[in-house]
Design a binder for this molecule. Sequence first.
Ligand code: NAP
Ligand code: GDD
Length: 418
Amino acid sequence: MAQIALITGITGQDGSYLAEFLLAKGYEVHGVVRRSSTMNRGRIDHLQHANPSHPETSKFVLHYGDMTDSGGLNRLVKTVRPDEIYNLAAQSHVQISFDQPEYTGDADGLGTTRLLEAIRTMGLPTRFYQASTSEMFGLAPPPQNEATPFHPRSPYAVAKLYAHWMTVNYREAHHLFACSGILFNHESPRRGENFVTRKVTRGIAQILSGKSEKLRMGNLDSKRDWGHAQDYVEAMWLMLQQDEADDYVIATGVTRSVREFVEAAFSQAGLDWDRYVVLDEAYLRPSEVHELRGDPSKAEKKLGWKPKTSFAQMVHEMLENDLKLEGVDPAKHLKSVRRVPAELAAGLVVRARGDRGPRPPRSSGGSSSPGCRRHRSLGGRSRRYSRARSAAISKFSQNFSLPVSALSACISSRSSSQ
Ligand code: NAP
Ligand code: GDD
């Protein structure tokens, strides 16, 4: 018999990828959708069309429900009797949580307890996945792993931290198979339009289509560890397939500033970001999370999970999608992206920064970093090379998914040591 999964938040970025992933594995997938005055199912329409809508026969069934409504959630768990629940539903925007702290606490925090209670009181053997977040680390310095102390910086992060500890508590107190996946930022063409990466790629598409002239942004200095959502949903599933329930950090191990993301995306589209991006204080947060960089070694070791998509590929995919949506031909504007495995790209950056992980033995050439070695010829100080150097850094940054600052730092350290 097919395994049955219940996904809350199925209309969201992750929910839609996870539903595809589970259907491909032969699961019967049930999803919770909210009633809204306009249909809000763009990310899962294709799944509905591919699956006949009779609940008795379909492998893909949607149910109305809301994380703030215990009665409805109880009924759902009772009727669906899922083997696995993936709790992805949340008011997931950090800045908006400052405007809606109580609702965010209700949906993101108490909503999780409602589901855990439903499983417990019905005595089901259901396995439970909680969508926890790197935002819970907040001010804790990177790299962050499962042992890093939490210091949340927003109502969203506080609500998620409560949900995280409830998940742990139901595992310890009531022996539920309950896992908390502490996922770092993950993006895709399906990313919500008001998260920074998608805002940038959409903004570029609108600039190229002539719809807008400027992109208004907040803090460009904060740093995030960005991966691809499609890679991350596999990790959720893997957590529920283990012999024992546990918590895992899922990340790439590489951090970049928002500015670096902006530079990379504009550069792929052949634009100079400086000419278009303007600061708008409306997008600054009352308290910011300055730097997130996850250490996914536990997930690598125990789940055998690794990110597959490189940063440059992800940015390219997002741009391609948004240009098409704006009626702009990607082939005319986007530079092609050299495909480098994400882990190789990550390794180059980590070593270039010299702040994590064992270094390979030094070669007689001096540099210990393959990234540095590859670009040694760029290290000359002569002025006549400086323009070519900047252009080359930008190009390598694109092609090899390396942040400009990491390459510059790598090259400067070579220059000063020569
Ligand atoms: P998303 O695109 O914002 O999707 C959120 C989903 O939750 C949507 O389906 C939304 O429904 C649903 N939802 C919101 N409030 C609800 C409520 N009261 N009752 C029922 N459903 C509700 O988020 P995502 O990026 O896919 O993220 C999935 C989960 O992972 C979230 O819990 C998020 O906090 C967490 N997370 C995300 C990241 C990331 O970088 N993406 C990282 C760490 C953790 P509507 O479509 O009707 O709005
Ligand atoms: N949204 C947004 N809009 N963010 C901006 C902007 C802007 O115009 N300008 C700068 N930023 C900065 C934010 O201040 C933040 O430091 C960074 O860009 C990333 O913001 P978001 O993309 O909104 O994501 P987030 O890191 O706050 O939260 C996301 O990742 C979390 C995991 O760490 C969300 O997906 C959360 O749900 C998730 O838990």
